[in-house]
Ligand binder design. Structure first.
Ligand SMILES: Nc1nc2c(ncn2[C@@H]2O[C@H](COP(=O)(O)O[C@H]3[C@@H](O)[C@H](n4cnc5c(=O)[nH]c(N)nc54)O[C@@H]3COP(=O)(O)O)[C@@H](O)[C@H]2O)c(=O)[nH]1
Length: 683
C-alpha cells in the first residue's frame, strides 16, 4: 500500500488547508465524519466548518507554526454539514511542497463520544458530591481498617468533629465503648462474607462525650478480586427516638419518685433470679421493708417532705447494698430487696442490721431533721416459698410481724405467720358481723385529778367480745376497722352508747360530781365532712349534754391539715365539747401550730411514762411537755401511770391528771359509779 492510501484510509480525520483557508485535501474519514462531499469541501473555506469559538485560537496556532514554533495537541470543534458539533483532538503542522510551506496539515481523532461520556461522568460526580455535601444523613468513607477517608458535613455535625479531625481517627474512636465489640464483629462478618450492606442501630460518642444514637446502613465495596476497598457508613440521628423509648421503658419499669425498679421490674427480676436459683440449686432471699410511722411524716410535714424522705431512703438503700442486688419500691413507703447472691442465710441478719442502721440516721429534710425506723420481713427461697408471689407475700407477713413487735427490727418468715394472716382475714369478716350482732361493749378508765386525788374523768374504751376468741382488745381491731372504714359505723355506735350511758349515770347521781367522759375519735371519723353534724344529731337523739364530754384526737390526725383541723375543732368547742390531743409526743407536731389549735388538754403518751425512772431522755421530755402545756394554758394528763414512782414524778412536775393501772384499770359501765363514789369518799 502506498502512503497516500494509508492517509486516505486512516481512522483519523486528515486535512490540508491552504494559508488562505482553502481546503486542499480531506481524507475519506473526514468526508464520512463531517458529511461534506469532497468537491463541495474543496470549494469551502476551512473556517466555515470550524466552530466560531475556535476561530481565534486556530489563527494563533497557524501563526505560531509559520514562525517556526511547534504547536502541542489540542481539541477543536467542527460543524458537520447537518449542523452537528463534532469534538476532535489532534495536531497540526506545516504542509510543504518541494520544501516550501504551502499550508497547514491537520490530523484529528473524533472524540465526541468520549467527551460526552466524560462530561456525563463529571456531571454525575458533581451531582453525587452535592448530595454528599448537602445530605441530612451523615455519610463517610472508611478504609478497610476503619480509618476515616472522608466525611460529609452532616456526619461531622452529628459527632462534633471536623472532617480533618475525623481523618486522623478510626471508626472505633467514635463508637460508644459498649458497642465497639459489636461494630468490629459486624465488620469482620461483612468482610468475610463479602456482604454488601449492614443495617443496624448503634451508639457513637460525640466529641463532647455525649451519646449519639444512629440508624446505620453501611455498604462495603470490593475490587474484582474480592479485596475490600472501602465502606460507606450512612447514619441518621435517632437519638430523640431512643431517648423517648428509654423514657417509656423507665416509666414502665422504674418508680418515678426514687428511680428504683418498680413492682413490674421487680417481678421480672424475681422470676429470673428464681429460675437461676432453681437451676443452680441456690438459695435466694427477699427482704420486705416498711418505714415505721412514715404516714405521720406525710400527714404532719406534707407530701413533698415525705417524698424527699423516700428519695433519700432509696439512695441509702442502694448505697448499702451490692450492685447485683435489686432494690425496688412497691409504692408508698414499701421497699423490696432481692438478694440473689449470698453465701449463707446466717449473713442475712447482718444485711438487715446494715439497712436498719442506714435508715436510722437522721433525715435532713430542710424544714427539720426527721428520724425514722424501719421494719423488715425476710423470706427465703426455697425454704419459705417456691414462687415469686408467695415469696413476696411471706416477706410481707414477716414485715408485719416485725412491725407488731414495735418496728425498728427484722423478722424471718415462719409458718405461724401465715396462720396469723389467715386469722387476720377472718377477723376482718368477723368485724363486719360483730357490728350487727352487737358483740362490742365499752369499758371506762378513770382519770384522776392530782391535786384533789378525785376522779375527774373517764375514758371510754371499746372492746369486742368474740363468741369463740373471747375479749379482743382494740389495738387488734381498731387499725383493721380503720383500714376497712368500719370505724365509721363502729365509732358512731361507741359515741351513741357513751352518750346514752352518761344520761343513765346522770340520772343516777353522777350529775353533781362533774366527771367528764372522754371518747376516742379516729382520723377517719374526724375527716368526715358531716362529723360535727353527726355529733349534734346524737346529742339531740340521746339527750346528753355536750359539756359532759371530751374528744381525744391523736396528734397525727390533728396535724394532718391544720387549717381544717382548727375549723372543725372550733365547731366542736362551740357545741361545748372539750378536746384533748392524744398520744402526744409520738407524732411530729409543730409547736407553732399547736398554739393555734383550740385545745383543752394534752395527754402525754404512755411510751414516755413507761421508762421515766430509768431513761433520762424520757424524764426530760415529760418535764418539758408539762411545762410547755402549762404555758399554752392546757391541762395535762399523763397516760399509762403504772407505778408509784411514775406517779411521783408527774406529781412533782405539776401534772394535772393521771390515768393508768396504778389507780384503776378500765371498768365495765356498771362498776363505774361504785369506783367513782369510792374515789370521792377516799379522797
Ligand atoms: N377510735 C377509737 N379508738 C379506741 C376506742 N377505744 C379504744 N381505742 C384505742 O385503742 C387503743 C388501745 O386501747 P386499750 O387497749 O383500751 O388501751 C387503753 C388503756 O387500757 C391503756 N392504758 C391505760 N392505762 C394504762 C397503763 O397504766 N399501762 C398500759 N400499758 N396501758 C394503759 O391505754 C389505752 C388508752 O390509750 P389512749 O387512747 O391513748 O388514751 C388506744 O389507742 C385507744 O385510743 C374507740 O372507741 N375508738
Amino acid at each position: 500500500m502506498e502512503y497516500a492510501d494509508l492517509v486516505e484510509n486512516s481512522n483519523d480525520l486528515i486535512q490540508v488547508v491552504g494559508f488562505d483557508g482553502q481546503l486542499l485535501y480531506v481524507n475519506q474519514m473526514w468526508v464520512d465524519t463531517l458529511g461534506y462531499p469532497r468537491d463541495e469541501a474543496y470549494r469551502m473555506n476551512f473556517f466555515n466548518i470550524l466552530h466560531p469559538d475556535c476561530h481565534c485560537r486556530c489563527g494563533e496556532r497557524v501563526e505560531r507554526l509559520r514562525t517556526g514554533e511547534s504547536v502541542p495537541r489540542f481539541e477543536v470543534e467542527f460543524i458537520t454539514r447537518t449542523g452537528q458539533k463534532i469534538v476532535a483532538e489532534g495536531s497540526i503542522s506545516l504542509y510543504r511542497e518541494q520544501g516550501e510551506a504551502r499550508g497547514i496539515q491537520g490530523f484529528f481523532r473524533d472524540i465526541t463520544l468520549r467527551k460526552k461520556t466524560e462530561n456525563a461522568l463529571r456531571e454525575r460526580e458533581e451531582q453525587l458530591r452535592t448530595i454528599f455535601e448537602s445530605s441530612v444523613a451523615g455519610i463517610a468513607m472508611l478504609a478497610p481498617d476503619g480509618r476515616f477517608l472522608q466525611a460529609n458535613p452532616a456526619f461531622c455535625n452529628f459527632l462534633g468533629y471536623s472532617e480533618n479531625e475525623l481523618k486522623q481517627m478510626k471508626i472505633t474512636d467514635v463508637t460508644h465503648p459498649d458497642d465497639i465489640e459489636d461494630t468490629l464483629r459486624r465488620r469482620q462478618i461483612a468482610r468475610a462474607n463479602r456482604s454488601q450492606s449492614i443495617v443496624c442501630e448503634k451508639r457513637y460518642l460525640r466529641k463532647d462525650g455525649s451519646v449519639f444514637w444512629a440508624q446505620l446502613s453501611s455498604t462495603w465495596f470490593f475490587d474484582p478480586q474480592g479485596q475490600p476497598l472501602y465502606t460507606v457508613p450512612v447514619i441518621q440521628d435517632i437519638t430523640a427516638r431512643k431517648l423517648a423509648e428509654e423514657r417509656i421503658r423507665e416509666l414502665a419499669y422504674y418508680d418515678g419518685l426514687t428511680r428504683l425498679p418498680n413492682r413490674q421490674l421487680l417481678h421480672d427480676r424475681l422470676e429470673l433470679a428464681l429460675a437461676q436459683a432453681r437451676r443452680h440449686d441456690r438459695q435466694m432471699a427477699l427482704l420486705f421493708l416498711d418505714l415505721d410511722r412514715f404516714k405521720g411524716v406525710n400527714d404532719t410535714l406534707g407530701h413533698a417532705i415525705g417524698d424527699r424522705l423516700l428519695q433519700i431512703a432509696a439512695e441509702r438503700l442502694t448505697a448499702c447494698l451490692r450492685d447485683n442486688d435489686t432494690v425496688a419500691r412497691l409504692g408508698g413507703d414499701e421497699f423490696v430487696i432481692l438478694l440473689a447472691d449470698f453465701k449463707s442465710s446466717d449473713n442475712l441478719p447482718h444485711v438487715a442490721g446494715k439497712i436498719l442502721k442506714a435508715l436510722a440516721q437522721p433525715f435532713d429534710l430542710g424544714v427539720r431533721e426527721v428520724y425514722i425506723s424501719t421494719s423488715i420481713g425476710i423470706a427465703l427461697y426455697p425454704d419459705d416459698a417456691e414462687d415469686a408471689g408467695e415469696l413476696l407475700r411471706h416477706a410481707d407477713m414477716a414485715m408485719y410481724a416485725a412491725k407488731e413487735e414495735g418496728g425498728n427490727g427484722f423478722r424471718f418468715y415462719s409458718s405461724e405467720m401465715n396462720a396469723r394472716a389467715v386469722a387476720r382475714m377472718d377477723l376482718e369478716s368477723n368485724l363486719r358481723r360483730a357490728l350487727d350482732e352487737k358483740e362490742f361493749f365499752i369499758e371506762y378508765q378513770p382519770q384522776i385529778d392530782l391535786v384533789s386525788n378525785r376522779m375527774a374523768g373517764l375514758e371510754a374504751l371499746v372492746r369486742w367480745r368474740h363468741p369463740q376468741l373471747g375479749v379482743i382488745p382494740p389495738a387488734q381491731f381498731i387499725p383493721l376497722a380503720e383500714e376497712t372504714n368500719l370505724i365509721l359505723p363502729l365509732g358512731e355506735w361507741v359515741m351513741e352508747q357513751v352518750f346514752l350511758q352518761c344520761c343513765r349515770w346522770h340520772a343516777n347521781g353522777l350529775a353533781n360530781r362533774q366527771v367528764r367522759v372522754a371518747i376516742n375519735v379516729s382520723g377517719r371519723q374526724f375527716d368526715q365532712a358531716d362529723f360535727v353534724e353527726m355529733v349534734k344529731r346524737l346529742l339531740q337523739q340521746t339527750g346528753a349534754k355536750a359539756h359532759w364530754f371530751e374528744f381525744e384526737i391523736t396528734e397525727n390526725v390533728l396535724m394532718k391539715d391544720v387549717q381544717r383541723t382548727i375549723a372543725t375543732l372550733r365547731q366542736i368547742r362551740e357545741l361545748g365539747i372539750h378536746v384533748a390531743i392524744d398520744d402526744f409526743g409520738t407524732g411530729y407536731s409543730s409547736l407553732s401550730c399547736l398554739k393555734h389549735l383550740p385545745l383543752n388538754r394534752l395527754k402525754i403518751d404512755k411510751s414516755f411514762i413507761a421508762d421515766i425512772q430509768t431513761n433520762a431522755d424520757d424524764r426530760a421530755i415529760v418535764s418539758a411537755t408539762i411545762a410547755m402545756a402549762k404555758r399554752l394554758d392546757l391541762e395535762v394528763t399523763a397516760e399509762g401511770v403504772e407505778t408509784e414512782g411514775q406517779y411521783g414524778f408527774v406529781y412533782q412536775r405539776d401534772c394535772d391528771e393521771v390515768q393508768g393501772f396504778y389507780f384503776c384499770r378500765p371498768l365495765p359501765a356498771d362498776k363505774v359509779l361504785d369506783a367513782c363514789r369510792k374515789h370521792l369518799d377516799e379522797s
